[in-house]
Design a protein around this ligand. Structure first.
Ligand SMILES: C[S@@+](CC[C@H](N)C(=O)[O-])C[C@H]1O[C@@H](n2cnc3c(N)ncnc32)[C@H](O)[C@@H]1O
Length: 284
């Protein structure tokens, strides 16, 4: 690549390099990464196409290009992911939030009329994306986010501060509901649910860049549900609700676990592709 780049030339060269690497959206990726290196929104790059990059910016662009050519996701390189129209910081300790998980946020917000000022618990909070998206659209709600990974808890707290939600949140390191003494109105969780055999077949972008603790659900993928469903039931108030993200083909197994732990019949919520992505159940 050229020694001294203009913004326009950097975008062109990265686009060509990403095409050659077989990436799906080479020009979009190039625009985001060059924009990130020069601290400009991608939409402003064209107007500044002739600006020459500083040496430090060129070093950054080369680093980003090399990482992307190795198929590192753009969000991992920039350290940002959009979720529910909000911007979240990521770290190697957090899952990169998936758009399908917005199904849980929408399902919880459908219950706004039933809980005037709910106390919400998010188990396995990661970046805090689920809890923080709910709180952003539900001003009367407050919430606790728990994760076993201290690095994730730190990132969730930073995201809460950036979004102006720190005063309504409490992020803690913990194993599911251990040590929770409060009674909750709503519990949400997107737990690790990938089976051991699915882990072996995962796309490299997932297996290499998302933390294993966020993915591994054990031999049948249900290990986390077996632990957290009874734990959640014990800290839910009467009339409280549990919302769980589930993987493909887990509906019947997770529904059985819910019914065996004093939850009523589940409500299924589908993602935009039409798959059941979330099960909701109320205490009985
Ligand atoms: C699939 S990720 C979900 C992260 C985030 N809620 C999201 O939807 O993007 C599962 C999360 O559960 C956490 N986790 C795994 N085992 C846990 C445990 N025993 N107790 C609490 N959190 C756990 C992981 O560290 C990870 O952050």
């Amino acid at each position: 690549m050229a020694q001294q780049w203009t913004i326009g030339r950097a975008v062109t060269e990265l686009t060509a390099a990403f095409s050659a690497a077989g990436l799906d959206t080479p020009r979009l990726d190039a625009r985001i990464l060059v924009g990130h290196a020069v601290n400009l929104e991608p939409s402003l790059l064209f107007a500044r196409a002739d600006r020459i990059l500083t040496d430090a910016e060129s070093v950054l662009v080369r680093d980003f290009a090399a990482r992307r050519q190795q198929h590192e996701p753009v969000s991992r390189i920039t350290g940002h992911r959009g979720f529910w129209s909000l911007d979240f910081l990521l770290s190697p300790d957090t899952l990169d939030p998936r758009a399908d998980t917005e199904t849980l946020v929408a399902a919880v917000l459908e219950r706004r009329a039933q809980y005037p000022s709910p106390r919400i618990l998010d188990l396995g909070t990661g970046t805090g994306c689920i809890l923080l998206a709910i709180l952003k659209d539900w001003p009367e709600a407050t919430g606790i986010g728990i994760d076993l990974n201290p690095g994730a808890v730190e990132m969730a707290a930073r995201n809460a501060a950036r979004l102006g939600l720190a005063s309504r949140t409490d992020f803690r390191v913990g194993n599911w509901c251990d040590g929770v003494t409060e009674k909750l109105d709503i519990i949400v969780s997107n737990p690790p649910y990938i089976t051991d055999s699915e882990m072996d077949a995962l796309a490299p972008t997932v297996a290499r860049f998302d933390p294993a603790l966020a993915l591994r659900g054990g031999a049948d993928g249900l290990g986390a549900y077996r632990a957290l469903i009874p734990a959640a039931r014990a800290v839910l108030a009467d009339g409280g609700r549990l919302f769980l993200e589930i993987g493909a083909a887990q509906t019947a197994d997770v529904a059985a676990l819910l019914q065996n732990n004093d939850f009523g019949p589940e409500v299924a919520h589908r993602d935009l592709a039409g798959f059941v992505r979330c099960l909701e159940a109320v205490t009985v």
